[in-house]
Design a protein around this ligand. Structure first.
Ligand SMILES: [Zn+2]
Length: 168
């Protein structure tokens, strides 16, 4: 497995590791600091956070808050009625970003699952499921991580731990 499994979302070029940066996330009443890996496209030179950067770059919400919004949306709640501390425009941005990044996240998880465990995640061919359901289908095939029940947090941890295994 190499970082080339992460495809540039802009041009679909291969990427290489481009360092880590620290990120503060607001979660309920506390602030946590997380480390995020970056990759750089070898073709167009764009840099991308390996962790889903549907965590807004300006407002520092946690993946858990974003996930709650996505679940509400997939349950059919109109954007204006989703219960969140984020504004409606922020919610709309998260949903749009999630939908555009979900295929790459799904592909990354599929690669990790295959390279670590030799498991071919066939569930992703079920294209009628929502993106979150498809990500959940794959993440549930990974060994359990005790620290989180959230799908996106678990996804983040797997992607990040995978990169740390390679580079540290
Ligand atoms: Zn590119």
């Amino acid at each position: 497995m190499s970082q080339k499994d992460f495809v540039c979302p802009k041009c679909e070029g291969s990427t290489h590791f481009h360092g880590f940066y620290e990120r503060k996330l607001k979660f309920a009443d506390s602030v946590i600091v997380t480390t995020i890996a970056r990759v750089k496209c070898t073709f167009c030179n764009a840099t991308h956070a390996v962790l889903p950067d549907f965590i807004s770059p300006r407002k520092h919400y946690s993946a858990a808050e974003v996930e709650d919004v996505i679940v509400d949306k997939e349950n059919g709640t109109p954007d204006e009625h989703i219960d969140s501390s984020a504004s409606v425009s922020t919610i709309k941005r998260w949903l749009k970003a999630f939908n555009s990044k979900a295929p790459n996240i799904l592909g990354a998880l599929q690669s990790i699952l295959f390279s670590l465990y030799g498991v071919i995640a066939s569930a992703i061919s079920i294209s009628t499921l929502s993106w979150l359901s498809r990500i959940k289908d794959i993440i549930n095939q990974f060994p359990d991580i005790e620290c989180s029940n959230m799908i996106l947090s678990k996804t983040n941890l797997w992607i990040l731990s995978h990169f740390q295994d390679i580079y540290i």
